[in-house]
Ligand binder design. Structure first.
Ligand code: HEM
Ligand code: HEM
Length: 143
């Protein structure tokens, strides 16, 4: 079962990055073009939000199943950069990133001025995107 979740989390990551990138570009173009924020624009925001939420759920499950997750926490974790990345930095930073995306999306729904609605999405999603990229275990992922 652990292997299944590992593969799911690994392949789903592409969808997460693609979804956030599309939402980000779409919102940026929306803000720059000065158009009205409508239902379609909200749904384009969901393209980044939904895969990210599913990835969060899978990641949390994986944290308790994988040998690289919680069971990796111990006296040597902090001095080993890979252990620290998997057991601490990747989970913590990604939880913050998912929270930022959720706030960006929720704010966009509540705000009333179109430019601010688009800005809420591209700013929060943009920062989250950078945070996620900064803590991906690239060496393991691309091999
Ligand atoms: C650990 C698991 C999860 C947590 C803690 C979580 C938390 C949240 C929170 C706090 C919101 C904000 C609601 C708002 O203010 O509008 C939200 C929205 C949403 N979540 Fe999740 N979620 C999780 C998993 C999922 C999963 C598995 C899905 C699968 C499809 C999902 C889909 C959504 C959608 C579609 C919305 C937006 C609803 C709307 O349009 O307002 N979430 N979630
Ligand atoms: C939401 C954005 C996230 C993205 C894009 C993401 C992406 C990734 C990627 C690309 C890997 C490497 C997979 C591989 O080696 O093939 C990975 C591993 C891992 N992630 Fe995430 N992740 C996210 C969130 C989380 C969260 C919130 C947690 C835990 C709370 C988590 C826990 C883990 C664990 C434990 C591993 C190691 C799995 C293993 O190889 O045994 N991830 N993640």
């Amino acid at each position: 079962m652990t292997t299944g979740f590992q593969h799911l989390h690994s392949y789903f990551a592409y969808l997460v990055l693609l979804g956030i990138a599309i939402s980000f570009i779409y919102a940026l173009v929306g803000a720059l073009s000065g158009k009205t924020f409508g239902e379609k624009d909200r749904k384009m925001g969901l393209l980044g939000l939904i895969p990210t939420h599913i990835q969060l759920l899978v990641g949390l499950i994986l944290y308790f199943l994988s040998p690289l997750g919680i069971s990796n926490l111990g006296p040597g974790t902090m001095s080993d950069s890979m252990s620290r990345l998997y057991a601490l930095e990747h989970p913590v930073i990604n939880i913050i990133a998912v929270a930022l995306i959720t706030v960006g999306y929720s704010r966009a729904k509540k705000l009333t001025e179109s430019r601010s609605q688009f800005r809420s999405i591209y700013m929060f999603y943009g920062i989250a995107f950078i945070l996620i990229l900064s803590r991906i275990p690239w060496v393991a992922w691309l091999n």
